[in-house]
Design a protein around this ligand. Sequence first.
Ligand SMILES: NC(=O)c1ccc[n+]([C@@H]2O[C@H](COP(=O)([O-])OP(=O)(O)OC[C@H]3O[C@@H](n4cnc5c(N)ncnc54)[C@H](OP(=O)(O)O)[C@@H]3O)[C@@H](O)[C@H]2O)c1
Length: 336
Amino acid sequence: MKKMMVTKRSPNFREAVSIQTVPVPTPSDRELLIRNRYVGINASDINYSAGRYDPSVTPPFPVGFEGVGDVVALGLSASSQFAVGDTVAYFNDGAFAEYTLVSAKKVIPLKEPQPEALAVLVSGATASIALQRLGEMKKGETVLVTAAAGGTGHFAVQFAKMAGCHVVGTCSSREKVDFLKSIGCDRPINYKEEDLAATLRKEYPNGVDVVYESVGGAVFDLAINNLAQHGRLLVIGFISGYQSESGLQPVRGATLPVKLLQKSASIRGFFLPHFLSEYSECVQKTMEMQMQGKLLCAIDDGQMDEEGRFVGLESVYRAIDYMYAGKNQGKVVVEV
Ligand SMILES: NC(=O)c1ccc[n+]([C@@H]2O[C@H](COP(=O)([O-])OP(=O)(O)OC[C@H]3O[C@@H](n4cnc5c(N)ncnc54)[C@H](OP(=O)(O)O)[C@@H]3O)[C@@H](O)[C@H]2O)c1
């Protein structure tokens, strides 16, 4: 089978990762062998290939966070819950492969092998848990979502709307503005055409109550400057730095204490693996909302890309470039 492996740590995914041919593995007692149909692309795939998740791990190591596929073999204990032919979704390392071994307790049964499930596993769960647990959103508050048209951003927009908030979302194109309007974003801001800082100052003079912030650097700084009294800024990520050697763009740290104190505001970090106790329930609920038509799980399979849909493991490289070029709307998915 084909499997993507990090052979050299680097945030440049093409340099870090190669496709290897290896034997199909055998599941142990509690494991399932899953033939991947779809795998999800995450901004952090390049943090992972750079070894930033666990600097002690040395290459070669597998990559890819999430997949949807069919059970093709399983261990004896796992067979009390699953059978060959079942369709499942999972959040586990090593998804960028034709087959992946996953512990039975980490997989979620699905009725259909639908790529929409992939959008929920990391992107949807992050938006749901972060906004609920750390956002403390109240009806009538203003929520700013950065990278709002992306995988996790488009969920954050919808969850904030469901909580009765006024939602502002940043994005980089007119098509994304239309997409954001279609999912209920009250004020999409295309930062390529409008000055983000000036627009926020002018239209939200009292500041925003919650920021779902995933860009970092200068965007983080201006979000801090535009927090309302008692505002909460959720650090979801800092994608603007991921392609650099350090992984970070500088922020104005020296003035942070005074800015937070003056507004009784706070900054709250969020990392999905720290919230696994509520993960399964959140994923089940979010998938139900999607099936009932209450939530849009937007999938971007590259069909608007000039080279066409992302099909085959080798198109993971292209899908990551596409995301970092800011072209995606919704969750980027590759059909294996
Ligand atoms: N903390 C957690 O547990 C967790 C979990 C999932 C995701 N995240 C974070 O959420 C963020 C979004 O991740 P995602 O996987 O859902 O990706 P995504 O939002 O689907 O795609 C990334 C988007 O970010 C913007 N972007 C891309 N490169 C950029 C750059 N160099 N500078 C500024 N903006 C850039 C682009 O949107 P525009 O062109 O429209 O700006 C792009 O479409 C990342 O920071 C990621 O690390 C965190």
